[in-house]
Design a protein around this ligand. Sequence first.
Ligand code: AMP
Ligand code: GLY
Length: 415
Amino acid sequence: MKVLVIGGGAREHALCRSLSLDPDVTALHCAPGNAGIAEVAELHQVDALDGGAVAGLAVSLGADLVVVGPEAPLVAGVSDAVRERGIPVFGPSAEAARLEGSKAFAKDVMACANVPTARAYVCTTPAEIDAALDSFGAPYVVKDDGLAAGKGVVVTADLATAREHALACGRVVIEEFLDGPEVSLFAVTDGETVVPLQPAQDFKRALDGDEGPNTGGMGAYSPLPWAEPSLVDEVLRTVLQPTVDELRRRGTPFSGLLYAGLAITSRGVRVIEFNARFGDPETQVVLARLKTPLAGLLLAAATGRLAELPPLRWSDEAAVTVVVASHNYPGTPRTGDVIDGLADVAAAGPAYVLHAGTAFNEAGEVVSAGGRVLSVTATGSSLSEARERAYEGVSRVRLAGSHHRTDIAAKAATL
Ligand code: AMP
Ligand code: GLY
């Protein structure tokens, strides 16, 4: 099977790594990719948001499957363009990707499907904003309706900050604050059958102890020793299947990866958000534990044959990933710094580096090229072993000005 992956972050590196280990994959291509993905896939330059260009590339490569990684191309309709050329694609249509692209749309789908989520108001005027903030009280949760690369959500106890963000958004969702630990649960679906993966936890804040600004995610681990064993079945029954059924009922079936961001509150599970693609950095740990070959799973979803697939097989091992970010991330990151020590991580094992924002400079050195630069992933017989291995790997990476959290999976590893 010839596979083309669209995107160039650590999620796509994790996808490419797993695909490269699948014996059914005979050729692996990625566009645009990054310096790490170049080691496992052939890279191509393409505007990932241009459906015609991506479809043209897929045709010219004779791809049997296209996997669209990030949300922006999905929302832009890249999957539709590829599907129109008759090539199976893992990733929802633009219509179905609105589940991530519009928070107001997601709220409407959840209301129709009876999916538990925070109560919310969709506001467009200052008067509506003030009424909504007043009705919920602090802490305030204010979400830009559209895609904002993880920066559209403000959670604050300060009314002035909440109001300022809401006014800056245009169309905004203001919602009830959800208390409790967060879980990311991914499901692969063909629009009808839903196959949940293993849950993971992400660390969204920039600094240890969940301090500092929100980020795209600073680390993750799986499994979750503190979660109820029934969690996955419950979320499948109350969240994932009803959402997929509702989108099919509307004539816009969702096929691809449905990501439920959940809060485990004292009153039960609530959806914080949906995403229409694999999460980053949770994908790094979920795929590290998946033993079922990935290409066959994604192709089954892309071709509507998930019901025929045997149950997924999982490793008993735990996995931890730690993100190394550039100087000043999540503010405007400094880029162009040389990254040393990557070969040391590879030589020392068992941890491995997944590249996010990396590129080659003119001298052929690997340099930072984004906010989240790379993530170091490791598995182990326990979370604490996986954690030690991942941090041992991080200690070998040398990048001027970089920072990472030191407490990824620390609490869970003691359970
Ligand atoms: P989102 O982009 O919707 O995932 O939001 C980013 C982060 O904001 C989430 O991971 C949560 O930590 C926080 N958040 C979002 N919605 C809520 C809510 N209703 N209550 C509490 N925290 C929230
Ligand atoms: N880890 C959060 C996200 O991928 O949106």
